[in-house]
Ligand binder design. Structure first.
Ligand code: ATP
Length: 246
């Protein structure tokens, strides 16, 4: 079956210089794929390129088997691709309810938000700038959810959140894939956390794939590969042969 989202030998970057090279991955409907890597590895650049905010330098990105390179971000949004950026994309002066108005959430969608994120239910009149980090992330996810995305890109969902809050939000990713049949590509620095809900994962090191495979295989090899690269960056051992996993 054609994967819903495919990145094929993608190169992405700025001003003609690639910071991500030769990245291939695919995400089927109902699947969660985690894109892992340290600061500056190229994760955000990848998501910006998939959602049409940056021009690809080489390779292809396909939605349902069709290239979407050059398609405008607003058209991609209408085609069902939804991007939750790392700054969460909220407007601080607008309330929770006003954000839901913006995405034209009707009664059924608001009930769905209350069911998925009960903590938001009493906060309808609160400005998003006054929400906690976890509540802001819930709102960002809720705004994505009510649009019933076919592909969801989530950037650094747990950034700045207390571990307990991050741990309580991560299962939502699995639920979106399972219950909405959405293809989810999630960028995360906390590999241990996201690998508990991902089907597969890709580890980027300096913009290149260092490890890719099932969540279980990546969980097993992740630390050793990262340690190997850190060792080589410190001028010691050479990088390990990146295992493709299973
Ligand atoms: P982080 O978690 O720190 O955002 P990341 O893996 O998402 O890490 P990117 O933000 O994709 O990494 O950055 C990859 C590289 O591209 C970094 O070296 C960064 O300095 C560079 N970069 C990011 N934005 C720009 C830009 N607007 N112009 C030029 N270079 C950029």
């Amino acid at each position: 079956m054609t994967p819903r989202l495919e990145l094929d030998a993608l190169a992405a970057g700025y001003g003609g210089s690639a910071v991500v090279r030769d990245l291939s991955l695919d995400v089927a409907a109902g699947q969660v794929v985690a894109l892992l890597g340290a600061n500056g590895a190229g994760k955000t650049t990848t998501l910006l390129t998939v959602s049409g905010l940056l021009q690809a330098l080489a390779g292809d990105v396909r939605l349902d088997g069709r290239s979407i390179l050059g398609r405008a971000p607003d058209r991609l949004a209408r085609d069902g691709l939804c991007h939750v950026p790392d700054d969460r994309g909220l407007i601080p002066g607008l309330t929770v309810s006003e954000h839901l108005d913006l995405v034209r959430a009707g009664r059924a969608e608001r009930a769905q938000v209350d069911e998925w994120f009960p903590a938001l239910a009493p906060l309808g009149a609160r400005r998003s700038g006054l929400l906690s980090g976890g509540e802001q992330q819930m709102l960002a996810l809720a705004l994505a959810l009510v649009r019933h995305p076919r592909v969801l890109l989530i950037d650094e969902m747990t950034m700045g959140l207390a571990p307990i809050v991050a741990g309580s939000l991560i299962p939502v990713i699995r639920r979106i894939a399972d219950e909405e049949g959405c293809a989810v590509l999630v960028v995360e620095q906390h590999a241990d956390l996201v690998l508990t809900v991902a089907d597969r994962a890709v580890l980027l090191v300096h913009g290149e794939v260092a490890l890719s495979g099932t969540a279980e295989a990546v969980r097993r090899d992740h630390d050793a590969v990262v340690a190997g690269y850190l060792g080589s960056a410190a001028g010691g051992a050479s990088a390990p042969d990146p295992s493709p996993g299973t």
